[in-house]
Design a protein around this ligand. Structure first.
Ligand code: NAD
Length: 507
């Protein structure tokens, strides 16, 4: 089902021209700004500064200075928590504006983005709570003469680099935890969708985050990102994006041995057994594959179906997919919005064409859609896919579902684990043993059982294998932005190593 793009929806939209935030000042870059054309309506909706290497260096230096001199890094947890809570309230107050920016810059359905902003508010509040609970350990069991204290100290300056598919949500999975720990930051949003992150900069200033603690530099990866991942004054890089750029990030960071946290791509399976609640699963299959137009690291892009139910499931998933509304992201009933760029749409279409060449059957969709303007892709189901094919192994990052089949549990696990990725997986069965067997054997950071893509601020998220390194969210997320320091304290006279009399003197 399609929702034609309403050409009037953005006719009166005045493009917003954003500046960058460096050392508490909103500044311009010397190069011409980057213009963002709405992927749904084809008009310029925002422009961002094309930051240079020098801009990135100035931002790093502002963050370094803010960290080394305080006050943010020296505040009590309670003071930082209060400011983060204020930020959460301000995000909630400006949620309509933030949702609108993400919808028009990324082509995401407006009703979906509103949910993402609400989720983000919850994460900021959760991080605020953790700011008060960051603590180390003590060891009083090391003998009479020793007391050991293990401190958690803010790691220092953190570079945060984010992608375009969840612009506001993803910066919220990193920044509040880094701030809770007492770090200072340089943030680079995707050059395609920087608007909501820049509004966040205004919000954080209003909430009372001191100058230089959060710097936001817009621009391209090779220009700005490369400096942020290699500069000696940066202590840690937290990156979300493609596996390719993630590897480059790690290589750059290795030159100065920075700590690196990586959230990368996925090729996530949903494994379905004949005893599953198929009605619930059919909905989750459609949601998993087409949520965010499949431009989602967590997309359930592989269905691994028991052979005995495959035909029935493909026909039921196709039937439901037919009703999914694709089109104008600003229409509140839309479920699947626009594809991020014309080049990306072509890449997704090429994957489908390649699969067809290999004899794969298109059970539903398979074509690009002309909705009057913008770039759209029909929800697509490919059946008869085998584990060796590109559409079974690579991250297509579009609304494309690949259907594979299995006969034994061991085969299902083998297919699930046969790709380079290991971000998430789903298993569907009414049998507890089956769910737990799959849950233990699938190599993925999250395994959903009889549900898909649920999340909570309390639950860690991240990938095995080439899906990443480290975890976000959960109670340990603040600790990721810390160094561990041991204070090893001696009590009373110390036995000498070379000159025993030295110890005698003190005794
Ligand atoms: P991308 O890797 O192209 O870009 C991500 C960010 O890196 C952008 O800000 C970009 O400007 C920057 N960048 C590009 N080149 C760089 C360089 N040389 N040095 C430093 N930074 C550089 O990814 P994308 O296309 O924006 O996003 C899609 C990818 O992100 C998908 O692979 C998706 O799976 C992944 N992703 C992962 C998660 C997760 O949590 N695991 C979440 C969302 C997206």
């Amino acid at each position: 089902m399609t929702v034609l793009v309403n050409p009037r929806a953005l006719r009166d939209h005045k493009a917003r021209h954003f500046k960058m935030l460096i050392g508490g000042e909103w500044v311009s870059a010397s190069a011409d700004p980057i213009e963002r054309v709405a992927p749904s309506h084809g008009v310029v909706v925002s422009s961002f500064q094309a930051g240079s290497k020098a801009d990135a260096e100035r931002a790093i230096s502002a963050a370094r200075n803010a960290f080394d001199t305080g006050p943010w890094s020296r505040m009590t947890g309670s003071e930082r928590s209060r400011i983060l809570l204020k930020a959460a309230d301000l995000i909630a107050a400006r949620s309509e504006e933030l949702a609108y920016l993400d919808a028009i810059e990324a082509g995401k359905p407006i009703s979906q983005v509103k949910g993402e902003i609400a989720g983000s508010v919850d994460i900021w509040r959760y991080a605020a709570a953790l700011a008060r609970d960051l603590h180390g350990e003590s060891y009083n069991t090391l003998g009479e003469a020793t007391l050991g204290v293990v401190l958690r100290e803010a790691i220092g300056v953190v570079s945060i680099i984010t992608p375009w598919n969840f612009p506001f949500l993803i910066v919220g999975q990193k920044l509040p935890f880094a701030l809770a720990a007492g770090c200072t930051t340089v943030v680079k949003p995707s050059e395609l969708t920087s608007g909501s992150t820049l509004v966040l900069g205004e919000i954080l200033q209003e909430a009372g985050v001191p100058d230089g603690v959060v710097n936001i530099v817009t621009g391209t990866g090779p220009e700005v990102g490369a400096v942020m991942t290699s500069h000696p004054q940066v202590d840690m890089v937290s990156f979300t994006g493609s596996t390719g750029v993630g590897k480059l990030t790690m290589t750059n960071a290795a030159q100065t041995l920075k700590k690196v946290s990586l959230e990368l791509g996925g090729k996530n399976p949903q494994i379905v057994f004949p005893d599953a609640d198929l009605e619930a699963f059919i909905d989750a299959a459609v949601f998993g594959a087409y949520f965010n137009a499949g431009e989602c690291c967590n997309a359930g892009s592989r269905l691994i179906l028991h052979k005995s139910i495959a035909k029935d499931v493909v026909s039921r998933v196709s039937e439901l997919a037919r009703g999914v509304k694709v089109g104008d992201p600003l229409d509140p009933t839309t479920k699947v919005g626009a594809m991020i760029t014309p080049q990306h749409l072509e890449k997704v279409a090429a994957y489908i064409a390649g699969a067809k060449d290999k004899g794969v059957e298109v059970a539903h969709g398979g074509e690009t859609l002309d909705l009057g303007m913008g770039q759209f892709m029909a929800p697509t189901i490919l059946s008869g896919v085998t584990p060796d094919m590109a559409v079974a192994r690579e991250e297509v990052f579009g609304p494309v579902l690949s259907v594979l089949t299995f006969e034994t549990t061991a085969e299902a696990v083998e297919i699930a684990n046969s790709v380079d990725y290991g971000l998430s997986a789903g298993v569907w069965s009414r049998d507890f043993d089956t769910c737990l067997t799959i849950g233990r054997k699938v190599r993925a950071g999250t395994v959903w059982m009889n549900t898909f893509m649920d999340g909570a601020s309390e639950l860690p998220f991240g990938g095995y294998k080439q899906s990443g390194l480290g975890r976000e969210l959960g109670r340990h997320s603040v600790e990721d932005y810390t160094e561990t320091k041991t204070l090893n304290m001696h009590i009373g006279a110390r036995t000498g190593w070379w000159m025993p009399q030295a110890a005698d003197r003190r005794g």
